[in-house]
Design a protein around this ligand. Sequence first.
Ligand code: NAD
Ligand code: WQD
Length: 342
Amino acid sequence: MAKQILVTGGAGYIGSHTVVELQNAGFDVVVVDDLSNSSIEVLDNIAKITDKRPVFEQFNLADRNLTASFFKKYPNIEAIIHFAAFKAVGESVQKPLEYYRNNLVSLMNLLEEMKSNDVKHMVFSSSCTVYGQPDVLPVTEQTPRKPAESPYGNTKAICEDMMRDYCATNSSINCIALRYFNPIGAHPTALIGELPVGVPGNLVPFVTQTAAGIREVLSIFGDDYDTPDGTAIRDYINVVDLSKAHVVAIERLLNGKQKSNYEFFNIGTGNGLSVMELVQTFIKVTGVNLKYKVVGRRAGDIEKIWADTTYGCNELGWKAEKTVEETLASAWAWEKNVRGIK
Ligand code: NAD
Ligand code: WQD
């Protein structure tokens, strides 16, 4: 039987786009998701895009017994892409133990089952949040990590450490952590995209929901930062470009191209964009008269961050290709599709 790639959290935002890219590249995919932050219809839409519905199992990866049973049922899993995690920064402050349990225990269960079942490869979703506010920009992989600003951010730092330490004493296990900068946008078909539950915390879903008339006005959090226009700067990476980075990371592992059995890479565009620049680009690209106002800074926000992607691009043979214009247009096309706007 053909070897399979397990995609945990494959019904979620980044996971669903990655399933599409994996299937387009010819991989057989098994999705595990407990649908705690996603819906089953996503799999139908993946099937519409790729003509192939991934195999699906619904359970919580923090459950050790269910995770063990899964690997007995699927003995041909060759590699794992581990997206499944809780990711809301603010919620993690309110519910720290839920975040630690879900995010840490899921990874521990998977690492242990990898060893028991001779699964050798994992790609893990990390985040630029591990850098905090860096002293020097742009950030390279050598930039020191800073103490996490939230329990969510801390789970990413601890998960990285867990993989590093486990790989150090298990030479047959290979892990790559991808440190995503700010993923935005949707698939060009507008069949899959980001669908936050409740009021969006992230900028682009708030922009598109305001444009769609669901939110009254976008609040821009602070225009008194030490940046050219005073608004905060991030490195916004298109979700399809980001998904393709996972395919090349999996191929690196399967082809034995790693330099060590635990590696980590920045995945961004290398360009910083301010909140105001993003808003103005959205207005220009869509022609929508977006209502916005400047309010005070959001607690816990950093001022500016963007990636130096040189090392990751050279090693992986990957780079971000899409422009921010087409990315914002894709986010708007997705929002319109979800809301039934013509
Ligand atoms: P998402 O919430 O859309 O997807 C995560 C999926 O995992 C959801 O479908 C959810 O139902 C599932 N899930 C969560 N816990 C689970 C568990 N214990 N067992 C089984 N399924 C579970 O999030 P996303 O934006 O696609 O993020 C994917 C990964 O990337 C996460 O690890 C996140 O922390 C990381 N990340 C995201 C961003 C971002 O801005 N979106 C940035 C950096 C890193
Ligand atoms: C971007 C910029 C806001 C909403 C978070 C997590 C990080 C990572 C990505 C997972 C900031 C401003 C936002 C709004 C605004 N996730 N903004 N009005 O904060 O860079 O990162 O998501 O790992 O860990 O912290 O992303 O999209 O929330 O904000 O002005 O209504 O937009 O202040 O400057 P952030 P974001």
